[in-house]
Design a protein around this ligand. Structure first.
Ligand code: ZN
Length: 150
């Protein structure tokens, strides 16, 4: 990774950690899930309001976690809010493939997702970055808790 990109990565993480988007609770929600990453101690709750035609009308997160898990949750919620469930799942796959694969991505990535490619340099933090995405899928599928270690 070139140093300019590394700086961008760190800046994005710091900004979202300090001023997270969609942090808090919804007044009404019909899907929720709690995600845990015991390796780091990240603990994240997602609340979603999904419409009858499968659009994520609103989403918020709460909980405690490291800067990477919070920044990832902040960015993930910004990306999927207002999107159809199917579209949100495509973003999940984009993110997951990017952080789990050694190869450079071939498809064009959403730039908010691409910034997390930097996490590959810190393998211990990959689960911090993917936690919010796994919790999103769990909430959509109706699973109330997930853990990165199960
Ligand atoms: Zn973490």
């Amino acid at each position: 990774m070139d140093s300019e990109f590394k700086e961008l990565y760190q800046q994005v993480i710091l900004d979202h950690n300090k001023n997270p988007k969609n942090f808090g609770h919804l007044t009404t929600c019909n899907h929720q899930s709690v995600g845990m990453n015991p390796l780091c101690g990240d603990h994240l709750k997602l609340e979603l309001q999904i419409s009858d035609d499968d659009v994520i009308d609103d989403i918020k997160f709460s909980g405690d976690g490291c800067a990477i898990s919070r920044a990832s949750a902040s960015i993930m919620t910004s990306i999927v809010k207002g999107k159809a469930i199917e579209e949100a799942k495509e973003y999940f796959h984009q993110f997951h493939d990017m952080v789990m694969n050694e190869e450079e991505p071939t498809e064009e990535l959403d730039e908010r997702i691409a910034v997390f490619s930097g996490v590959k340099e810190f393998p211990a933090r990959v689960k911090c970055a993917t936690l919010s995405w796994h919790t999103l899928i769990a909430a959509i599928d109706g699973n109330e808790t997930i853990s990165t270690e199960s």
